[in-house]
Design a protein around this ligand. Sequence first.
Ligand code: GLU
Length: 410
Amino acid sequence: MKSAFEAAQQYFEEAASIMGLSDSMKDLLVTPEREIKVQVPIRRDNGQIATYIGYRMQHNSARGPMKGGLRYHHEVNADEVLGLASLMTWKTAVVDIPYGGAKGGISVDVRDLSVDELERLTRRFVDEIHDLFGPDKDIPAPDMGTSSQTMAWIMNQYQKFHGFAPACVTGKPVDLYGAEGREEATGRGVSNLTLAFLRRFNRTAENSTFAIQGFGNVGTYTASCLQQAGARIIAISDVNGGLFNPAGIDIPAALEYSAAQKTLQGFPGGTPISNAELLLLDADVLIPAALGNVLTAENAHDVRAKFIVEAANGPITPEADAIFRQREIPVLPDILANAGGVTVSYFEWVQNQQYFRWDLSRVREELEKYMTRSFNRIWTIAVEKKVPLRTAAYLLAIGRVARATELGGV
Ligand code: GLU
């Protein structure tokens, strides 16, 4: 299987050759600006020292300060973070917010650490890299395994070195300079975009069925927003497995159960299925909203969904993507589908810089505007150039980054 960075490269190369991008510009856009790898030692609650590895990959800053999440997961490695950093460069360009792309992470299983240990880990990581981020340099945000609490610790630790600077990180708690609606933003954006996508095929939420993999931040808000729009969600899942109910799963009840039990297992509103089975269900729309690389050359031929929405980053391998193209299953690509999170991060950063707070309805309204405008642009490119939506998104993004690079010069 291709690594995350190689996968992102493949899509980049395809679009770059359609655009006739020069080799020198290709070289410049492919090469990350800075790769940071640091040791993050902490004292565990039992008194022992444990050493972790932290990364921050700064891919490109041609269009503005670099932006991207911080992932705490045991599978985090340099290549994955670099691949995700390059996706952030294209994602911020697709939705036209004034940022470049970066990503960070620590290779750690968060389930092994207490809250105190996570706090020490986060503060120590900031100690190692604080000079390389900041409101006008590189702005972290939540991703898998991190939360608004993690962002609060980052802000607090950063400020010990640099003074008051709430815009140094986004996705903070609403009570500590966070934006209303940031937590739901990725899922709400997925829902806005999915509805716009389906409309182009004369479909609505009401007349389509949905299978959603992942019941974390992205999956839960995607499910709630789609259900509020009238969708029938016939399958959901978390790391431990899934649930299937052809009549539709009651999402608020599932949320309540999963919050209390810390798992969906045992929820009475559906029949247990595995995560692998969920991906192959006969649902109209399949939304992988958890890990990368879940749709591969091994299972892509057996997918029965008519549409796929990449709510996760990189859930489809390039090999599987080729199979979906050949099977004419439209895919709404990650760099557009899950861009709602970073878009509301941008709104948070703007509010922090202006010392002014927007209310929730303004955030939701602006988010929808950004999502539909970006979707319509990409749809038009896809139709005009007769290319899949992913290629259209890369064409738009690479064009914007290349133009900024040319204008600014080196
Ligand atoms: N981690 C999210 C992403 O992959 C959000 C990034 C951000 O808000 O900066 O897009």
